[in-house]
Design a protein around this ligand. Structure first.
Ligand code: SDX
Length: 376
């Protein structure tokens, strides 16, 4: 049975709706958040300012930024009931499962969950924005038998996230690289996890359910899970001079090389140069030319062999490794950033909602009936 030629597997190339939040342009290899090139935002803004931009469509005034910073700092501490549920999970649980579970608890505990007004959804978005760093930081620390570190409200979002994770504020070059990664990861139009959030929202389910679904989608190695997988690839290869042989073997096994390729960008991911520049600063700061050599060797081999360019996960993985995050923590960092884009899309979906329900072409057995039951 021939499948219908109209089928667009994976919805590749299918435009299903409009959005005013971001523009991914493969022709010009560019990415705009509400019209601003992401490179400009990464060079000049705090992550708090970009979060406001995504939610509200404009960069914040000084007063609006102060309001957001106050609201975020007031909700940074890990809520006791969230901590209790995280503590009930084994330390061997995948950090993406821990984060997904924590969002479920935050939602189950929020009396405004069913209120889909913009004001209520904005408050939920800020709550998740503020709480996710505490969850991600605590989960990494408990895996190492370390105590919870309480947030500091004299630090901005990026510095406090690092403080809660490591119990110290690292050098400015590290904080800045982390801030850049958060801005670059924040939003990317209808990627799989964002579209998942929109599908869930389109049934008029709640924002927390949409974020839990989005986390489930982001976990996969073809999507957000790739940044964790990149580090495993580096560990497998070992050193730069092993890269080419490793790639030959991997391609012979028909493996997807993590951190390379993209559904939309076909001449490289617009965010990579900015993240690579941040990685280069970390390589210098931590004196790790060996890691830089391995990064370059695999990229060179992959471009030469398959003409496939790196995506954002490729520089982000080693950058997070140098910052001291566990490899398994990398995708939860992506969650903490992308929750801003996901929640912006939840609110946009509700503005002009239509239930998302595509068709399928049936290729199962033709209609048939059970045998008549034998008469007694
Ligand atoms: C993210 O959508 C977004 O915007 C996502 C994201 C965001 O910000 O939200 O940008 C974040 O998810 C980035 C992508 C992270 N994923 C990975 O790094 C995993 C490895 N990448 C591949 O699995 C792949 O490139 C995808 C999934 C990202 C995109 O795949 P497509 O568009 O579905 O293309 P494809 O898999 O059909 O590949 C086309 C061809 C295939 O060859 P053939 O089978 O036709 O001979 O290119 C090959 C693929 O085998 N190919 C790869 C490859 N990527 C494509 N071969 C080896 N390694 C790869 N990485």
């Amino acid at each position: 049975t021939q499948a219908d030629p109209e089928i667009r597997k994976g919805l590749a190339g299918v435009v299903v709706d409009t959005t005013a939040i971001s523009k991914v342009n493969p022709e010009t290899n560019s990415l705009l958040y509400r019209g601003y090139p992401v490179q400009e935002l990464a060079a000049r803004c705090s992550f708090e300012e970009v979060a406001h931009l995504l939610w509200h469509g404009e960069l914040p005034t000084a007063a609006e930024l102060a309001d957001l910073e106050r609201a975020e700092r007031a909700q940074r501490a890990l809520a006791p009931n969230v901590r209790a549920v995280v503590d009930a999970l084994p330390t061997t649980a995948h950090p993406m499962d821990v984060v997904r579970t924590a969002v479920s608890v935050i939602g189950a505990d929020d009396p405004t969950t069913a209120d889909a007004s913009r004001a209520a959804n904005l408050a939920k978005a800020v709550r998740l924005f503020a709480q996710l760093p505490a969850v991600v930081a605590y989960d990494q620390r408990r895996r190492h038998g370390q105590e919870l570190v309480a947030p500091r409200d004299d630090l901005d979002y990026a510095a406090n996230f690092l403080w809660m994770t490591f119990g110290e504020v690292p050098d400015a070059v590290v904080v800045d690289a982390f801030r850049v990664s958060l801005i670059l990861y924040a939003e990317h139009s209808f990627n799989a996890s964002t579209f998942t959030a929109r599908v869930i929202t389109s049934t008029l389910s709640d924002l927390y359910s949409a974020v839990v679904g989005a986390i489930g989608a982001l976990k996969g190695p073809l999507h957000g899970g790739a940044n964790e997988a990149v580090m495993h690839v580096f560990d497998e290869i070992g050193s730069a001079d092993e890269a080419e042989a490793w790639l030959e073997r991997a391609l012979a096994e028909k493996r997807k090389i993590m951190g390379f390729g993209h559904r939309v960008y076909k001449n490289g991911d617009s965010r990579v140069p900015t993240m690579k520049a941040a990685l280069d600063k970390l390589v210098a700061h931590y004196d790790r030319p060996d890691l830089a050599a391995l990064y370059d060797a695999l990229e060179r081999a992959m471009v030469a062999r398959k003409n496939i360019q790196p995506n954002l996960d490729y520089p982000s993985g080693p950058a997070y490794h140098l910052m001291g995050f566990d490899t398994a923590t990398f995708t939860p960092l992506f969650v903490a950033s992308r929750v801003t884009g996901w929640t912006a899309h939840v609110m946009e979906q509700l503005e002009a909602n239509a239930l998302i329900r595509p068709l399928s072409a049936y290729v199962g057995p033709a209609e048939r009936h059970m045998e008549e039951p034998a008469t007694a």
